[in-house]
Ligand binder design. Sequence first.
Ligand SMILES: *Cc1c(COP(=O)(O)O)cnc(C)c1O
Length: 426
Amino acid sequence: MQFQSGLEFAQRMDREDPLASFRGQFSIPRTSDGAEEIYLCGNSLGLQPKLAREYVAQELDKWAELGVKGHFDCEHPWMPYHEFLTEAAASLVGANTDEVVMMNSLTVNLHLMMVTFFRPTETRFKIVIEDHAFPSDYYAVESQLRHHGIDPEEGLVLLKPREGEELLRQEDIETLLAAQGDSIALMLLPGVQYYTGQVLDFERVTRAAQALGIVVGFDLAHAVGNIPLQLHDWNVDFACWCTYKYLNSGPGSVAGCFVHRRHAENTGLNRFAGWWGHDKQTRFKMENRFTPIPTAEGWQLSNPPILSLAAIRASYDVFMQAGGMAPLRQKSEKLTGYLRFLLDTEVSEFIRVITPEDPQQRGCQLSLCCDAKHLSGRELFERLEAAGITSDWREPNVIRIAPVPLYNSFEDVFRFVQILKSACNE
Ligand SMILES: *Cc1c(COP(=O)(O)O)cnc(C)c1O
């Protein structure tokens, strides 16, 4: 794709964009003077689909009008409500419907998955994560090690970029695995690294680890709704994700979980149990013998928060109306490619992009380091904010910019770079 500078080009791209009308389905936040913000923060909190209000209101009405009967004979009864989400959830991560379930929150699901999939022995007891893992993942892993009586000093293996580099190299991961493989029980990797925006080769890294007897899980917080995923075919053991980032389901909304079919069917696996994971036919017999559902649903604990699931259902409906991940990704590659082009042509003397240039190795987010002598990254971020741009700042020196194909336009990207440029020159 040949990009051009100038506003006309951005406007032409928007006119020719088959997904352009989806922006109108979202509420775009406004600045104090009433103008629409340039919202480039969907990696942190996705915007509200207008449909969410409608679907949540339906459930509030049902509760008001039917009380407990809302669980059964009505439209979208609460009892199987999570099942209405399964098909879209599965398609977004490249799974079969028996491999996914919406439940709990992300960190909770990571713990539940580790209860099942981190079963350390005398000799195989380590967990591999990346050095710059999201703090919650780090805490979860560290506390799981301690829970099994393993000192993280011995049990936690960190993948680090090479000295002076920011990104992980695939071959370095493989070297590390080959060196310590016998002692590693589990590897937990990000789908899209939250700080750098890097995407690893899922299939290759999964195969390399599994060949050494290592279980492989992914945290897809920044990947789901952002890049195409094929969890089943990649043979990933498990994965967890939240839905409030690219899945636009509202702050703190219910999360998703994938368990590969070969495990999901295995009702003998160790797990923490609750009644919602119990066989649906006999759940209400209240006999205290736990029979797990032989799908990912067998890891559910509680009956889920319906108001949150209603917002997710609204979001999924928007994704499905847009045609799912394939057309969204097509636009995303152009939109982020255009951002990259403008950054390289307009502000390269001040801004260094640490996210890989190859679209296969990134999602929509670009991570910008400010290298200007006269201006710190934090100051630059604040100038952007004052000019009506919502992005986000991550210590020590990154501004994350995530143009989202569902609601961001090429003009958003154009205007952002113009503002960035004048902020750098100020
Ligand atoms: C956003 C994010 C989280 C947040 O965890 P919650 O349990 O949803 O609060 C965890 N890990 C990663 C990698 C994230 O990006």
